[in-house]
Design a protein around this ligand. Structure first.
Ligand code: NDP
Ligand code: MG
Length: 381
């Protein structure tokens, strides 16, 4: 029985992680969970899975949750999430919270020798070097949940990492893949939230529309697989059937395919190195799919992807700024305070105003993250 601590239980990945735990309740057990403030969703989860302790975003939510579960231990905030990471009763720490708030809990889980299943890409973008250094030091596995990275991870099983010549990340293109830059000028939040292939949380759905999601994933891939940016390419692939590919030095290309369902990579991360049965979706029917299409990704059409590659190549705190500026700008767009195209403008401005600090410590990362959020906020006034 693998015991699981889960951050972000009420979110899109969190709920699907719970689906996997429920489906394979003979293999997995939930020991602790965190969420933000969605008490309604959390109450039914807690009743069903009976975790030993719960962490919420703030004390007001704690008071509210307490009325439903008077004897349940409830912690608050980032410190509480660190407690989940540290809990010696868990084997796997699943990080499905949104945003760089997941960094310190992840570092703590590694130091406590937990296997880490990571969906929370912002953590790797903001401080991938710290996460990978700690993981190497403690010989802890970081198992990818993001579908592209799970695909690459699967393609690399039994391979020598030295024989990788290229990682090929596929991108569905997001909600606005067929719009011109001019047509993007007055798109609404509601339209941006309609993703053609995946149903996900609000922030990542906007990231997919701006293509920043793929930019974050390029940086995530760089850290997870130790591959230089010059050897990472992105292909537009509308069908989301090939989840990503690896090209090796003998020109062989291995791809991982499947119907788009996040429960598959989540389950693989939980069951690794085993594979468990999966009953939720039909088997992939390539005859029905018929054709797979690939298009070149344009940096002009999707400047956020270019910004991410550039920030990644500069390194140091530049990706911390990229991530924090993006989190802040997307939050402002979701609150209808800025237009869709202002997201990329704000990120670009924040990057231009920053001089990267090499090999930043955790304190430097946290400081730059906070400063960047404040700066982006000030662009509004
Ligand atoms: P959601 O917005 O659906 O869920 C986020 C979860 O985190 C919720 O449980 C939310 O609680 C909680 N949360 C958000 N902010 C805070 C905070 N400040 N403090 C404590 N808890 C917080 O996001 P997703 O599930 O879509 O994404 C989660 C992560 O996984 C992201 O990093 C995303 O990029 C990544 N990912 C997601 C994929 C997907 O298909 N959704 C695919 C690949 C990666 P509450 O509900 O109470 O607000
Ligand atoms: Mg992805």
């Amino acid at each position: 029985m693998k015991k699981i601590g889960l951050l972000g239980a009420t979110g899109s990945i969190g709920i699907q992680t719970l689906d996997v735990i429920r489906e394979h309740s003979d293999q997995f057990q939930l020991t602790s969970l965190s969420f933000g403030a969605n008490v309604k969703k959390a109450v039914s989860i807690i009743k069903e899975f009976n975790p030993k302790f719960v962490v919420v975003k703030d004390s007001q939510t704690k008071v509210e949750l307490n009325t439903y579960f008077p004897t349940l231990p409830i912690d608050v905030g980032k410190e509480g999430m660190v407690q989940i990471a540290r809990d010696d009763k868990t084997d796997i720490f699943v990080n499905a919270v949104m945003g760089s708030i997941g960094l310190e809990p992840t570092l703590e889980a590694i130091r406590s020798n937990k296997t880490v299943a990571i969906a929370n890409k912002e953590t790797l973008v903001t401080a991938g070097h710290l996460v990978m250094e700690e993981a190497n030091l403690h010989k802890v596995r970081i198992l990818p949940v993001d579908s592209e990275h799970s695909a690459i991870f699967q393609c690399l099983q039994g391979e020598n990492p030295k024989s990788i010549s290229r990682l090929l990340l596929t991108a569905s293109g997001g909600s606005f893949r067929d719009l011109t830059r001019q047509q993007l000028e007055d798109v609404t939040v509601e339209r941006a939230l309609k993703h053609p292939n995946w149903s996900m949380g609000a922030k990542i759905t906007i990231d997919s529309a701006t293509m920043m999601n793929k930019g974050l994933e390029v940086i995530e891939a760089h850290w997870l697989f130790s591959v230089p940016y010059e050897q990472i390419d992105v292909l537009l692939h509308r069908e989301s059937i090939i989840h990503s590919m690896v090209e090796f030095r003998d020109r062989s290309v291995i791809a991982q395919m499947g119907t788009p369902d996040m429960r598959i990579p989540i389950q693989y991360a939980l069951s690794y190195p085993e594979r468990l049965s999966f009953q939720h979706s039909e088997p992939l029917d390539l005859l029905k799919v018929g054709k797979l299409h690939f298009e070149q990704m344009s940096f002009e059409r999707f400047p956020c992807l270019k910004l991410a590659f550039e920030a990644g190549k500069v390194g140091g705190t530049m990706t911390t700024v990229l991530n924090a500026a993006n989190e802040e700008a997307v939050s402002q767009f979701l609150q209808h305070k800025i237009s869709f195209l202002q997201i990329e403008e704000m990120i670009e401005k924040a990057l231009e105003q920053h001089i990267s600090i090499k090999h930043p410590s955790l304190d430097t990362i946290l400081q730059v993250d906070e400063e960047t959020r404040r700066r982006v906020h000030s662009f509004l006034t």
